[in-house]
Design a protein around this ligand. Structure first.
Ligand SMILES: O=c1[nH]c(=O)n([C@H]2C[C@H](O)[C@@H](COP(=O)(O)O)O2)cc1CO
Ligand SMILES: [Zn+2]
Length: 177
């Protein structure tokens, strides 16, 4: 007996429905990338895709390269802000932008959380033209309001992904709704 996964499709004859669509494909890649994050509270994944549907870059929220992340707190609260993750963690979107030397002009960002204003600025400067996000749990935070303003002014299209999401289960780490 092989341990390899089996592909199951409901209607093998219907080529319109026997595969996942582009948005499902790229958001699933962003979700999978998020599971690489060591943040126990919010794991964020990002995938940047060309207008030819080619993956240009991936990223997730993590501590900067070369920094021993066992020495950095992952806490949300602490005696001072310096004892929290916030001043140190590199956001998924910024990592995805920095993780490639490819030209990102005109590309689309798939991201599991609506970008903060700092990421929004990087998205704009990189020439990314469209942002498709999954979760919007910080919708009312000032930085999310600033992001929406920035995207609107810069002509970056944003839309929430409302499609199907995969259930990914590695046992000790999983993604489920
Ligand atoms: O745009 C973003 N991209 C991104 O990667 N993050 C990361 C930073 C933190 O590691 C985590 C948010 O943590 P928390 O939900 O515990 O406040 O998500 C957070 C935002 C903005 O919310
Ligand atoms: Zn951010």
């Amino acid at each position: 007996m092989s341990n390899l996964p089996k592909v199951i499709v409901k209607d093998k004859e219907d080529i319109r429905t026997n595969h996942i669509n582009w948005d499902e494909y790229f958001m699933s890649i962003a979700i999978l990338s998020s599971l690489r994050s060591k943040d126990t509270s919010t794991k964020v994944g990002a995938a940047i895709v060309s207008d030819e549907h080619k993956v240009l870059s991936l990223g997730y929220n993590g501590m900067p390269i070369g920094i021993d992340d066992s020495k950095i707190p992952w806490a949300r609260e602490g005696a001072s802000e310096l004892d929290t993750k916030y001043p140190y963690v590199c956001h998924a979107e910024l990592n995805a932008i920095l993780n490639t030397e490819r030209r990102l002009k005109g590309s689309t960002l798939y991201v599991t959380l609506f970008p903060c204003n700092e990421c929004a600025k990087a998205v704009i400067q990189a020439g990314i033209k469209k942002v498709i996000f999954l979760d919007d749990k910080y919708h009312d935070k000032t930085y999310s309001i600033a992001s929406r303003k920035l995207f609107e002014m810069a002509g970056v299209e944003t839309s929430q992904y409302l499609g199907r999401v995969p259930l990914i289960d590695f046992g000790d780490v999983k993604y489920e709704l």
